[in-house]
Design a protein around this ligand. Structure first.
Ligand SMILES: Nc1ncnc2c1ncn2[C@@H]1O[C@H](COP(=O)(O)OP(=O)(O)OP(=O)(O)O)[C@@H](O)[C@H]1O
Ligand SMILES: Nc1ccn([C@@H]2O[C@H](COP(=O)(O)O)[C@@H](O)[C@H]2O)c(=O)n1
Length: 246
């Protein structure tokens, strides 16, 4: 896996050496990526979608015909995984080698396979190192990092740590609007099964000490963004040059 924190990527860029981390966890479909991306725009921060790394590795496994339920094969595959991701909320892309997989990693076949790769400890350790290096090399005053174990494992010392939740039926209804090829019951069942599998590996269903819960069940998208910004504002002073921290 590529390490972006090499001297060549960090020198001469004027990069902020210790960006502020906003850590956001939550179950599938809780709005982590869409809300985090908008929060990052409002703060002038970078945005790191950590689930994209697991999805890209699952995509790579499917391409190579590797069984994602076979931990040893997945671990071996990860050593040959050339992964890159943009932290720019206005120009988001994900690549494996020279292939742009930004859309492909959202396909249902990848979503159905991803929990298999995410439960391999060596994979988790490797991507977590990568996430920390990406944040350090971001060149932004801060980075909004979202996933399942950001508040607890990847950045437990982050000044702002949030668990973003919504009722299962609300998450299913929102996801259902995006996935026109699947009926609502199938979408709800897939979310439930993925949360059950993922939460056996890391706990993102309860807030760890010091983590603030934002429940968007009765909030629209902009209200949710404002609620998250409100939490951040209580712990992080406005960064210099930030376009809008209100
Ligand atoms: N508060 C909200 N009100 C209405 N729609 C919302 C709200 N929050 C998120 N959404 C919508 O819900 C859908 C799921 O959001 P998103 O993809 O950001 O979730 P996620 O937690 O990143 O999902 P996954 O874990 O599956 O990647 C999107 O269509 C998003 O626009
Ligand atoms: N910190 C994380 C982030 C994600 N995962 C795994 O990746 C899958 C896809 O994540 P999305 O946020 O894109 O839905 C998710 O289902 C987990 O299996 C993880 O383990 N830790």
């Amino acid at each position: 896996m590529t390490d972006p924190s090499t001297p060549s990527t960090r020198s001469g860029t004027g990069a902020t050496e210790n960006p502020i981390v906003v850590a956001i966890d939550g179950p599938a479909g809780s709005g982590k990526s869409s809300v985090s991306k908008q929060v990052a725009r409002r703060l002038g921060y970078g945005f790191l979608d950590t689930g994209a790394a697991y999805r890209a590795l699952a995509w790579f496994a499917l391409e190579r015909g590797v069984d994602t339920a076979d931990a040893a094969s997945v671990e071996a595959l990860a050593t040959d995984f050339d992964y890159a991701i943009s932290l720019d909320p206005d120009d988001f892309w994900v690549r494996v080698g020279s292939t742009d997989v930004t859309s492909a990693i959202r396909e249902v076949r990848v979503t159905d396979a991803v929990s298999g790769v995410a439960r391999v400890p060596a994979v988790r350790e490797s991507v977590n190192r990568l996430f920390r290096a990406l944040v350090a090399a971001s060149g932004r005053p801060g980075v909004v990092v979202e996933g399942r174990d950001i508040t607890t494992v990847v950045a437990p010392d982050a000044p702002a740590r949030i668990l973003l939740t919504a009722a299962p039926e609300v998450r299913a209804a929102r996801r259902s609007k995006e996935l026109v090829t699947q009926d609502a019951a199938t979408v709800a069942d897939a979310l439930r099964r993925r949360d059950a599998s993922d939460s056996a590996v890391v706990d993102f269903l309860t807030a760890a000490p010091g983590v603030t819960v934002v429940d968007s069940t009765d909030l629209d998208f902009e209200q949710t963004v404002d609620a998250v910004l409100g939490v951040i504002r209580t712990v992080v002073s406005a960064p210099t040059g930030a376009p809008d921290v209100r």
